[in-house]
Design a protein around this ligand. Structure first.
Ligand SMILES: Cc1ncc(CNC=O)c(N)n1
Length: 234
């Protein structure tokens, strides 16, 4: 305790835990609900229903396409930040992966005989996409946008990295899906996004921080609804 106090004095503003860490602690149940959903657990233990997987695949393709304009709007905001310009490069890298991802979806869909052109977006997906569209406005502050960006990416990263943990029984056909978001590189990318978000939030006003927290919670709720929709419970 005394040590912690000294540290705070010598390091000044760095004594507090990062904002994203505080959010996760405070909203642990919802965070776990989004990152340890029964659908994800079923992929990990091999009991996954392929109808659910195909439904998820088609819906997620639609989602990813609407994630792109949101990512682009966040990129624009990052480019206006005073700083070393590294934020923009990280987001640009993320957008390059989204480009690969769209092609990956097309390829997977054809393997699973899912016709992406005839997928009808389901209500939870439509709502999530609309939420993202609203966040593309230039009125939405950068700390809010980057927090949402991180939250969206980290839910998939944590979910699929969990699938890959030791002792998994992932069906062979789904191994590549788990690796897509569960790989180490994607993990590092999410950590970097989180550092960027925390740095922005640290400088933000209490109003902006609280807007970002509300948006973070919305992401978690939308993600749970998205998984529910995939298993046919929406
Ligand atoms: C519903 C949802 N949430 C997060 C991601 C991961 N980000 C981009 O791919 C995703 N693909 N889909």
């Amino acid at each position: 305790m005394e040590d912690a106090g000294k540290k705070a004095v010598t390091e000044g503003v760095d004594c507090k835990i990062p904002v994203t860490e505080a959010w996760i602690r405070k909203h642990r149940l919802l965070y776990d609900g989004a990152t340890r959903h029964p659908f994800i657990r079923s992929i990990r233990d091999g009991s996954v229903d392929f109808t659910s997987f195909k439904r998820w695949l088609g819906q997620d393709y639609i989602f990813v396409r609407s994630f792109v304009p949101f990512a682009a709007s966040t990129l624009v905001k990052s480019s206006k930040e005073s700083g070393d310009g590294l934020d923009m490069e990280v987001i640009l890298g993320g957008m390059a992966s989204l480009n690969d991802e769209i092609n990956w979806f097309k390829n997977e869909a054809s393997k699973f005989h899912v016709s992406l052109t005839s997928v009808v977006p389901q209500k939870p997906n439509i709502k999530y996409c609309r939420f993202l569209e609203n966040l593309t406005s230039s009125e939405v502050e950068y700390p809010v946008a980057i927090s949402v960006f991180w939250a969206i990416e980290v839910v998939y990263q944590e979910s699929f990295a969990h699938c890959l943990e030791e002792g998994n029984m992932i069906p062979e056909e789904l191994q590549a899906t788990c690796e897509r978001w569960g790989n180490e590189g994607f993990g590092t990318y999410c950590k970097t996004l989180r550092e960027i978000a925390d740095r922005c939030l640290q400088k933000a006003s209490p109003e902006v921080i609280s807007k970002a927290e509300v948006a973070f919670l919305s992401v978690l709720e939308y993600e749970v609804d998205f998984w529910n929709m995939s298993v046919g419970e929406a």
